[in-house]
Design a protein around this ligand. Structure first.
Ligand code: HEM
Length: 446
């Protein structure tokens, strides 16, 4: 499950290379008209190792030897071929208990099988009734955090992950919900902090144990009672007879990890983009306010063309995570690349999304590049949900939530940045996170 694990820190911060380039605004609600088309890289903070790696590939070619024998494979077609080969016999990872031989190992289950259960459930969870409930939870969560000046990156990030929890595992009591939210908060903190003290680690371990117990208790209750719920846990529980409830608990935890980072980071990036590109904010607002009351929950993408292009472009420019590392499960020798069993190889959505080989003006935020008349030449270069066959299995729910979020932020809430704060993008930790997003969110009253 290394691709999920890398949602933490994958690239090291350069110890001396932090630079601060001022965005030029001292106080803000929206940027002034003349500031709207600033090159995005003029507004970033910090040294970005992925950008440096991109320069290297332009000089040395798309396959490069990195530190510690890691092979970087940055050509889109080659990346897919190697990843396909590697995923062929991937199995559900054994837990620590299995590795210590404390209990008999279960019959290995192909990861492919787990993925298809999750993907099937994602399609069900994208239905209008689930979208309506998700929207209501998102609305209520933001409503609770409106009013005073706060870090809006944190507010929207945590809102996205917390409101997805019932889709992963529903029907937990309020104490259980509290434990699951504490786990999401822990993961948010880990992704934000470089150094975690020993004391903190112990306390984090307790939080993870408590969350695991909540999941296990609910799964066992369902097995005993025959009770069912429409959530990811239920679909994974269908493997219970073969792998046991403990391993299903582990698989549910993987879902909780998956929702803890990227959806929230993308939401913060979209908020950043709303503030930088008010003309796009206005176009999106026009689309979302034109929808009938319940229409949004049917995800009417044809009626939201600007919103779709805006999300697509934000996911290109601020793709997350920048790099993904995997360990080769077998010897892979193809098209002049060889990766031996046990060796690590690295793929990069950042490099693919920022390469001038595939994109015109790659550093410019230009949603209209997605107009049918301006289609890019290498579609396989665009991988916002990762690399098939290990790409995101929650993509339909994740994308739907981003659409709902755009509606929420343009119709139901307004946001204002506090005087003296000027949002900029941090790109130095292996993913894009808007910084200095201090401001307020307030409900729009009719
Ligand atoms: C905007 C929202 C989301 C984005 C941008 C996103 C993006 C990603 C990315 C980039 C990966 C790594 C793929 C790779 O290793 O090549 C991933 C993996 C994964 N995502 Fe998402 N994700 C989102 C939402 C979700 C949601 C809502 C779920 C549902 C629980 C989910 C479940 C997963 C799982 C289970 C994996 C691991 C797949 C595997 O290892 O085979 N994601 N996601």
């Amino acid at each position: 499950m290394e691709s999920v694990a890398v949602l933490g820190r994958v690239l090291n911060r350069d110890p001396n290379g932090i630079t601060h380039e001022e965005g030029g605004r001292s106080s803000a609600t929206f940027p002034r008209e003349e500031e709207m088309h600033l090159a995005v890289d003029a507004e970033t903070i910090g040294f970005n190792p992925a950008a440096q790696l991109l320069q290297r590939t332009q000089r040395d070619g798309p396959v490069v030897k990195l530190e510690d024998g890691v092979i970087g494979i940055f050509d889109p077609v080659l990346a897919l071929k190697v990843d396909r080969e590697n995923a062929q016999d991937l199995k559900v990872a054994e837990s620590l208990v299995d590795l210590l031989k404390i209990r008999k190992s279960a019959e290995p289950v192909a990861w492919r099988e787990v993925r298809s259960l999750i993907a099937e459930q994602s399609a069900k969870l994208s239905a209008p009734a689930h979208m309506e409930s998700l929207y209501a939870r998102m609305h209520a969560d933001l409503g609770m955090h409106s009013g005073s000046n706060q870090d809006l990156t944190k507010i929207v990030w945590q809102m996205m992950s917390r409101t997805l929890i019932p889709m992963v595992i529903d029907n937990v009591d309020s104490e259980g919900a509290h434990a699951l939210i504490a786990e999401q908060e822990l993961r948010f903190r880990v992704q934000q902090t470089q150094h975690i003290s020993f004391r903190q680690r112990i306390s984090d371990f307790r939080v993870l144990r408590a969350s695991s117990r909540v999941i296990s208790r609910e799964l066992k209750r369902r097995v005993r009672s025959g009770d069912t719920h429409e959530d990811y846990a239920q679909s994974l529980l269908s493997l219970g007879n073969r792998i046991g409830v403990d391993r299903v608990t582990y698989l549910v935890t993987v879902q909780l990890i998956a929702i803890s980072g990227v959806p929230g980071m993308m939401a913060a990036c979209l908020l950043y983009a709303f503030s930088k590109y008010p003309d796009w904010y206005a176009r999106i607002r026009e689309e979302t306010t034109a929808l009938d009351a319940d229409e949004l929950y049917r995800l009417p993408v044809k009626k939201l063309p600007c919103t779709m292009r805006f999300i697509k472009e934000a996911m290109r420019l601020w793709t997350t995570p920048f790099v993904t590392r995997r360990i080769a499960s077998r010897d892979i020798v193809l098209d002049g690349v060889s990766v031996m069993k046990g060796q690590t190889y690295e793929l990069s959505s950042y490099i693919q999304h920022h390469s001038p080989e595939y994109w015109e003006d790659p550093e410019t935020f230009d949603p209209d590049r997605w107009l049918p008349t301006r289609r890019q030449t290498a579609p396989s270069a665009y991988v916002p949900f990762g690399f098939a066959p290990r790409s995101c299995v929650g993509a339909s729910v994740g994308h739907a939530q981003l659409l709902l979020y755009c509606a929420l932020m343009t119709r139901d809430f307004r946001f204002d940045f506090a005087a003296g704060h000027s949002p900029r993008m941090r790109m130095d930790d292996g993913f894009a996170v808007p910084a200095d997003m201090i401001g307020t969110i307030s409900p729009v009253r009719d």
